[in-house]
Design a binder for this molecule. Structure first.
Ligand code: NAI
Length: 396
């Protein structure tokens, strides 16, 4: 069993190592928050697709430890190999599995490509073994590519503006300098590929397969996550390729809602707050916006992390017996505190002023960097990073 000292290896928005003990400690804190958030019962069984990091991990923890669900979790993570550590999500789910077992809950982890029909079949077999239909399906995938489940095509999503080039401030995460970048607009093929990867097609395939397998309980609810954000990021986010995919996802939710409402349930998009995750860090301009946003929201006492967002989503909208409050487009909005006009006005004011020189005064860039490190189990209080740590872990 190899025990090694593990240091962060970060380039831009990529970290190629992960610390098992740090990831376990972060996941344990999330589980603790989830435990305090709900009654510990109410949900029989949940499926979370994209369950090992970010919003999906928080959803899994809240469903299981806040509302007592047994669960099937789908992710795409790397196991340790020799003395080379696995990926962060692998260790996160190993900790959820450990705590589930200790609490007498059942969790099956399927570490495979969620876009493949074979993975759906595996999940269905696991759900049949659990022997209870689903009360909740959370679809929280964030992926750079998708292989056609019925052919050989591979679609790659891009983070680009549409129509015209977009010039804006951004942070170079390697040297902490604020600089200007110009992003060329996407081609039509890139726009369509991004919709294929991050739009609603795959979510709909999951719901159809589960329905056909007779695994949706009466009253089953499904939720997926979207983002809108402020005018500053619109050209790269909401009005860009990813925004086109999110519009597709939202249209899919309306269709799926009709399907699930017929059995007393529903399907919704929840529009969430911008947070530091592997997926959001990769979007140009967004890390600078997040750094400014975190400063303003922390000053006002309205900042929430991933776990707190999902706890509020369940408590106010998704928990058994609650009816989701919806906006005019039938979306749940837990981005309300981010989109508070006073918050946005202050972020926009600082956006005009921010430069490499005043980055740390005007923004919470340190908070961004720390949150990024913590995604991979680094910068976690109480962990001795000079000590060798066991890298082998199991999801069984
Ligand atoms: P993340 O990068 O933290 O997690 C992505 C998850 O998807 C991981 O569990 C990963 O294992 C899984 N995954 C990726 N490709 C897979 C594949 N082929 N097969 C199986 N699993 C796969 O992502 P994050 O940020 O939590 O995003 C989840 C959703 O939330 C996305 O729809 C995103 O657009 C949305 N969202 C994110 C916001 C943010 O600021 N991070 C804000 C609002 C919405």
């Amino acid at each position: 069993m190899p025990a090694v000292v593990i240091n962060p290896r970060i380039r831009g928005f990529i970290c190629t190592t992960a610390h098992p003990a740090g990831c376990a400690a972060e996941t344990a804190s999330l589980i603790e928050l989830a435990r305090r958030s709900g009654p510990g019962r109410g949900l029989g069984c949940a499926l979370v697709v994209g369950a090992s990091m970010g919003y999906g991990l928080a959803s899994l923890a809240t469903a299981m430890f806040g509302y007592g669900a047994d669960a099937v979790a789908v992710c795409l993570e790397r196991a340790a190999s020799g003395d080379k550590p696995g990926s962060a999500g692998f260790y996160n789910l190993a900790e959820v599995q450990r705590q589930a077992r200790a609490a007498g809950r059942r969790l099956t982890v399927i570490n495979a490509d969620a876009f493949a029909h074979a993975t759906r079949a595996e999940a269905i077999a696991a759900l049949r073994r659990l022997g209870r239909p689903l009360d909740l399906v959370v679809y929280s995938l964030a992926s750079p590519r998708r292989k056609d489940p019925d052919g050989d095509a591979v679609w790659t999503s891009v983070l680009k503006p549409l129509g015209q080039p977009y010039t804006a401030k951004t942070i170079d995460l390697d040297n902490d300098q604020v600089k200007e970048i110009t992003l060329a607009p996407a081609s039509e093929a890139e726009r369509q590929a991004t919709i294929k990867v991050m739009g609603g097609e795959d979510w709909e395939l999951w719901i159809a397969a589960l329905e056909q397998a007779g695994l949706l309980a009466q009253g089953c609810r499904s939720v997926t996550y979207s983002y809108i954000g402020p005018a500053i990021t619109h050209p790269i986010y909401r009005a860009g390729t990813i925004g086109a995919a999110k519009e597709h996802l939202e249209a899919t939710a309306r269709r799926l809602h009709a399907r699930l409402a017929a059995r007393g349930g529903g399907a919704w998009v929840s529009v969430n707050k911008a947070l530091v995750t592997q997926a959001s860090s990769a979007i140009p301009v967004v890390p600078l916006y997040i750094s400014l946003l975190f400063a303003v929201m922390k000053e006002r006492g309205t900042h929430e992390d991933t776990g707190e967002q999902i706890v509020r989503l369940f408590r106010d909208h998704l928990a058994p017996g609650r009816q989701p409050a919806l906006d005019a487009e039938q979306r749940i909005r837990i981005d309300d505190r981010e989109m508070d006009p006073a918050v946005q006005e202050e972020v926009a004011r600082r956006w005009q002023l921010v430069s490499s020189e005043n980055l740390r005064q005007l923004s919470d860039y340190e908070g961004f960097k720390t949150a990024f490190r913590r995604l991979f189990g680094f910068a976690v209080p109480g962990i001795d990073y000079s000590a060798p740590v066991e890298v082998a872990a199991s999801l069984d």
